[in-house]
Design a protein around this ligand. Structure first.
Ligand code: IPM
Ligand code: MN
Length: 346
């Protein structure tokens, strides 16, 4: 029996609700396999911060590090100052565990209504850099609150960091039927970082001669995501551009209730972390009406990452079938989870 140790960070708001269903589906997915999953819950997020002032202690981090993977619900709460949990917990996990590939599929499943009139066959994946760019906290503010305030947020791009994420994106493009990679950046303005990204893509292309590439400035990329999203196969981009265009990707493929993600450490020097793209949705928290599908699709990515590709395919197939049949029906979080688990069990 293969033992899988899963760290569970349910977090805030709807996080616990969707994670409960994600775990139920996970159990159903491995039921036929010689796999045992043991979960360790970590009490992290707003409640913990209010009680102790802690976001993520070294002890928490080391304990999480000892697991095979992490399932995360959502982090963030209006009662906590903006940035405290985002930086102190979510980004700290991504950085400390070297999740340099933030993988975010943009797939329009049959039966799902897109806000686009004629979306075409939308099936791309965004490889968002996860450890650098403007997310690193480099910068500061002087003369705060005065008319002379100066605030800087420095985007850090290292040759090492860009190269490893670009190579990962090429490998993913190579493994897909269309074998196409689009670099999204803004090198006409952000010339230093932009040229590093461009040169890196050109250089790594030699290792993947079957992969064709093109380039879009991020502003133009948002236009094409609306007018012609089926043109995209793999997109590689920096941390902040990736954050923005993956919300747009979610919007055109059925909304953030369906958008899954993996924060991946491809070198496997630390556990990877799987989470829905959506946040803690305090406005609907506790009402049992959040759609757990994004978490369930993140569970599919988790299974795939752990090498359980058949179980992963069963989960995705269950979601795909559910999406075809759901129509306008309104179900609770638990009902969607139950329906998905039952489909897998059949
Ligand atoms: C996301 C979120 C996070 C990000 C925030 C909460 C730090 O928006 O996962 O997309 O910007 O990466
Ligand atoms: Mn985001």
């Amino acid at each position: 029996t293969r033992n899988i140790e899963l760290a569970v960070v349910a977090g805030d708001g709807i996080g616990t609700e969707v994670v409960d269903q994600g775990l139920a589906v996970l159990e159903a997915a491995v039921a036929g396999e010689d796999v045992a999953i043991s979960t360790t819950p970590f009490e992290l997020g707003a409640k913990r911060w209010h009680a102790t002032g802690e976001t993520l202690t070294d002890a928490d981090l080391e304990s999480i590090r000892a697991h095979d993977a992490i399932l995360l619900g959502a982090i963030g709460d209006p009662t906590v100052p903006s940035g405290v949990l985002e930086r102190g917990l979510l980004l700290k996990l991504r950085f400390a565990l070297d999740h340099y590939v933030n993988l975010r599929p943009g797939k329009l499943y049959p039966g799902v209504t897109s806000p686009l009139a004629d979306p075409g066959d939308v099936d791309f994946v965004v490889v968002r850099e996860g450890t650098e760019g403007p997310y690193g906290g480099v910068g500061g503010a002087v003369r705060v609150g005065t008319p002379h305030e100066i605030a800087t947020e420095v985007s850090v791009n290292t040759a090492f960091g860009v190269e490893r994420v670009v190579r990962d994106a090429f490998a993913r493009a190579q493994a897909r039927p269309r074998q196409h990679l689009t670099l999204v950046h803004k090198h006409n303005v952000l010339v230093h970082a932009g040229h590093l990204w461009r040169r890196t893509v050109d250089a790594i292309n030699a290792e993947f001669p079957d992969v064709t590439t093109d380039y879009l400035h991020v502003d133009a990329a948002t236009i094409f995501l609306t007018t012609n999203p089926s043109r995209f196969d793999v997109i590689v981009t920096d941390n902040l551009f990736g954050d923005i265009i993956t919300d747009q990707a979610a919007a055109i493929t059925g909304g953030i209730g369906l958008a899954a993600s993996g924060n991946i450490n491809p070198d496997r020097t630390a556990p990877s972390m799987f989470e829905p793209v959506h946040g803690s949705a305090p406005d609907i928290a506790g009402q049992g009406k959040a759609d757990p599908t994004a978490t369930v699709l993140s569970v599919a990515m988790l299974l795939d990452h752990l090498g359980l590709s058949e179980a992963s395919a069963r989960v995705e197939a269950a979601v795909a079938a559910d999406l075809v049949e759901r129509g306008g029906r309104v179900r609770s979080t638990a009902e969607v989870g139950r329906d998905l688990a039952q489909r897998i069990a059949r």
